[in-house]
Design a binder for this molecule. Structure first.
Ligand code: GDP
Ligand code: IMO
Ligand code: MG
Length: 459
């Protein structure tokens, strides 16, 4: 058996948690401990993405004034149900579905402008108002067709070692940003500058595409499509750093909508099987221009089990739970439709997520997915031969070899989707959820028992 003391839930030392006192005015409705009163809140995925962030953001938006996306691109797929209507958001913050809220696509996001126009049109068709409530950072970088093509070509070249990307061009677009050769929204809305810069980029990338044996792109075609998208997006383009700071000065509450999940983070994830942005809490600061000491709390969203889409290690992957969930028509990717790989809850991973994100509060979703399971397993440690780990090792080969050490919980074997309060949940479900929070090292705040708004329990 693994060393028990090392398996104690991660508890950050008090000093690490202490925050600078902030002076509040009467206008601020910040109050720690109250149920749905917001401050500047970062919401992150505590696993491998698709934790149900969209649903929780939609619920929390009630008490926020502004919702900001700060990283990633249209690789994200955030699902929200309002009644029977399903919405899948890719670039636009999920907060857009609530009237009177402002939504911001921050500087850290990579924007496919054609995809964004399609997303706006799709929402307009569904009756969602997008008028004066959406702003896009002028310094957000653009995704081009050559990024998507390079993404696809690199995956082909990698063969069995492929990452399993969404093929949305995310890696190559962030690559251009880091290489300081990217184009931004501020360029897109300046026609003469855009034409000149794009000409150069298409020429350069056509050479690379030719080397891959791929078809070169037509400058005229890309230029025309992107100029049209630029004209549509011009009214939304703004200096969002200044906008957010002014909102902060007015005492408005900002909710930062994370995309992807902790283990897809470019620095803290299972590299190279990651995305190309900082999906962890720090990304909310760099991707919005809001400094760390203005952030009040971090909410970690996690499923009551584990899923991952794409390649890379997933220590608790299990065919029994995969078959069960897929058989229920659940766990298919919101962006690519790929079946998600499923496994038992991995508390080594979520405890690690608490460490790197500073998670204060937890939202546990998809509890109803386990309603029919006889014996529920939870991973509390990893083992490789005689070596034991209570953290996620960085060496990808080592992580691939990790065998989970499980504890078992008796299933509650009854439906939870109609539970509206903590006390309505079966006792065994409550025991299970308390254990997940204890092992993760943060306080349980929200329990979700279905995709709808009213299937949300606040503790
Ligand atoms: P995100 O990327 O983190 O926003 O998550 P996705 O939208 O990609 O995937 C989460 C899926 O779980 C979506 O289909 C949601 O509608 C669904 N969902 C979220 N919470 C619950 C829940 O508590 N129960 C059920 N049954 N579905 C949920
Ligand atoms: P949301 O926000 C789950 C995964 C891809 C792949 C890896 C790299 O809905 O949780 P990329 O296209 O980003 O270069 O792919 O990251 N991935 C996601 N998995 N949810 C997501 O977003 C994801 N975005 C990217 O499957 O493994
Ligand atoms: Mg998703």
């Amino acid at each position: 058996m693994i060393d028990t003391p090392s398996l104690l839930p991660y508890r950050p030392p008090v000093k690490e948690r202490a925050r600078k006192p902030r002076i509040y005015t009467l206008g601020d409705f910040y109050c720690r401990g109250a149920k749905l009163i917001m401050a500047n809140t970062i919401l992150v995925g505590a696993q491998w993405g698709d934790e149900g962030k969209g649903k929780i953001i939609d619920v929390l938006t009630q008490k926020a004034d502004i919702v900001v996306r700060t990283q990633g691109g249209n690789n994200a797929g955030h699902t929200v149900f309002i009644g029977a209507q399903k919405y899948v958001l890719h670039l636009i913050p999920s907060g857009i579905l609530r009237k009177g809220k402002t939504c911001v696509i921050g500087n850290g996001v990579v924007v496919d402008p054609v995809g964004l126009v399609d997303e706006i049109d799709g929402l307009l068709k569904l009756g969602v108002a997008i008028d004066g409530n959406l702003f896009i950072s002028e310094t957000a970088h653009l995704v081009f067709p050559y990024h998507r093509e390079l993404d696809a070509q690199r995956e082909i070249l990698k063969g069995k070692n492929k990452i399993g990307t969404t093929k949305r061009g995310i890696g190559p677009a962030y690559g251009d940003k880091a290489a300081r050769t990217g184009l931004r929204l501020i360029d897109l809305v300046n026609p003469s500058r855009f034409e000149q810069l794009l000409k150069h980029k298409i020429k350069e990338n056509n050479e690379i595409l030719k080397a891959f044996g791929a078809k070169p792109l037509s400058f005229a075609k890309v230029h025309k499509t992107y100029r049209a998208a630029g004209d549509r997006l011009r009214p939304f383009v703004a200096n969002t750093v200044v906008l957010l700071h002014k909102a902060g000065q007015r005492g408005e509450n900002i909710l930062f909508e994370g995309a992807q999940g902790t283990f897809l983070d470019i620095d803290h994830g299972s590299y190279p099987f990651v995305t190309s942005s900082n999906t962890t809490a720090g990304g909310a600061c760099t991707g919005s221009g809001i400094p760390p000491h203005r952030m009040d709390e971090v909410v970690g969203v996690m499923k009551a089990y584990t899923t991952r889409v794409g390649e890379g290690p997933l220590p608790t992957e299990n065919s029994e739970i995969s078959d069960l969930l897929h058989g229920m028509g659940r766990e298919f990717g919101a962006t690519t439709g790929r079946p998600r790989r499923c496994g038992w809850f991995d508390s080594v991973a979520t405890r690690h997520a608490t460490m790197v994100n500073g998670i204060d509060k937890l939202a546990v979703t998809n509890v109803d997915g386990l309603d029919s399971v006889e014996v529920i397993r939870v991973c509390i440690g990893y083992r490789v031969g005689v070596k034991q780990f209570d953290y996620v090792p960085n060496d990808i080969e080592l992580l691939t070899k990790c065998e989970p050490v499980y504890v078992e919980f008796p299933g509650w074997k009854q439906p939870t989707h109609k539970c509206h309060q903590w006390k309505d949940l079966p006792a065994r479900a409550r025991t299970y959820l308390k254990a997940l929070a204890e092992l993760t090292g943060a306080s349980l705040w929200i329990v979700s028992v279905g995709p709808s708004r009213d299937q949300t329990i606040f503790l």
